[in-house]
Design a protein around this ligand. Structure first.
Ligand code: PLP
Length: 380
């Protein structure tokens, strides 16, 4: 394959994609003079709930805020243990620590990079109170085989679905399977609000508690507060995590175009899948593309650091998702040996993956990857 120069798409690992009317939607909010929690946020929440097929969705200021709030709402607090894959963004771990709980790091399945049921069982202890699967790359995690066991022990499952907005588990979208689920709408996610997140509660009571937790424990709306000389603070230790109308306006435009995002992301991922068939030394991590809206295109390669450096030199925006968390200095008190994750930490490389990519970009990325492997002397 002959390489053509990298287009702007190949140079970026990830990039937000706007559909063109986000600016006007933001301008309307700015002109309104109301930027906080307004009906614009409620409309976005209703739109997300409709798309997922759930009764309620609660918007917050980030995916990290979503995970933190969901953990608190589920009663996770000081001294409890939460099973979590080491292979996730550090935000997942920090949110567990915010609650005073302890991360119990678990392995992932080396084919999917997700913490599956056997990995959870392997990490289970008498002090486990919650399990937080991460839907890596957009792939749903099916923990139903151990649901009964977890329920018997009173263990809650809280999904970190930051990568997986729009993906399916079976016939249901992630978020509509009865789990407490958290999404991120950060700049490079499947749907972006600029910054933002969403929690899908399991019950109406949980939704009320999350709404109170996200807004300093105050239950009255802005208009109710304006019409009264007082308001009630009902939840101690609540957060200022509400989503702004500016972010929600962006989110609603993105939501209206979500079918496009879904189709384009699947198409691009399948294009990588086809192109990488000619590169046997690079193994594409399977995201179950028929059911997911892919968020990442990750390959496992030998001599990853050299291959990564070669690709960067050629102007390709490769990345690593993620350096394992159990090896991070801040999380050393909770370190335990995880040989599968440690090996993956040396093998995984994220290829450019976003909606600005063209077929030429993908050809260039894959042909340069082949060259990188040839240069490293690892190609078969
Ligand atoms: C797996 C995972 N969890 C949580 C988060 C946190 O989301 P946010 O950046 O919106 O706070 C991210 C963000 O990239 C993530 O990838």
């Amino acid at each position: 394959m002959t390489a053509t120069p990298a287009g702007p798409g190949a140079g970026r690992n990830a990039s937000p994609y706007l559909y063109g009317t986000e600016q006007a939607a933001v301008a309307r909010v700015l002109a309104s003079g109301h930027y906080g929690h307004t009906s614009t946020v409620e409309e976005f929440e209703e739109g997300v709930a409709r798309l997922l097929g759930v009764e309620d969705a609660v918007a917050v200021s980030s995916g990290t805020a979503a995970v933190h709030t969901a953990l608190v709402a589920a009663g996770i607090t000081t001294g409890m243990d939460v099973i979590v894959p080491s292979l996730t963004f550090c935000a997942t771990i920090q949110a567990i620590l915010h609650c005073g709980a302890r991360p119990r790091f678990a392995e992932v399945n080396p084919d999917t990079l997700c913490m599956d049921a056997p990995a959870v069982l392997d990490a289970l202890t008498d002090t486990t109170t919650a399990v937080m699967p991460v839907l890596y790359g957009g792939r749903a995690v099916d923990l139903r085989p151990i649901d009964d066991l977890l329920a018997e022990r009173g263990i809650t499952v809280i999904e970190d679905a930051a990568h997986a907005f729009g993906s399916y588990q079976g016939l249901h979208r992630v978020g509509a399977t009865g789990r407490l689920t958290c999404f991120s709408f950060g700049p490079i996610k499947n749907l972006t609000c600029g910054q933002g997140g969403m929690i899908i509660p399991r019950t109406r009571a949980e939704a009320r508690r999350i709404r109170s937790l996200r807004l300093l424990g105050v239950v009255e709306s802005a208009s109710q507060r304006a019409a009264s000389t007082t308001y009630q603070v009902t939840t101690p230790g609540a957060f200022r995590y509400q989503m702004s109308a500016i972010n929600a306006a962006i989110g609603s435009v993105q939501l209206a175009h979500f079918a496009t995002a879904q189709a384009v992301r699947k198409y691009l991922w399948r294009s990588y899948q086809t192109a990488l068939r000619s590169v046997p030394d690079a193994i594409l991590v399977d995201v179950d593309v028929d059911h997911s809206v892919p968020h990442l295109a990750v390959v496992k390669v030998p001599d990853r650091d050299r291959v990564w450096a070669y690709m960067r030199e050629k102007g390709i925006g490769v990345g690593v998702h993620y350096p394992p968390n159990h090896e991070q200095p801040a999380f050393s008190p909770w370190h335990r040996p995880l040989p599968v994750t440690e090996r993956l930490g040396q093998q995984i490389m994220t290829l450019p993956f976003h909606q600005h990519l063209t077929s030429d970009d993908i050809r260039y990325v894959v042909s340069t990857l082949q060259q990188a492997l040839d240069t490293s002397g690892v190609s078969r």
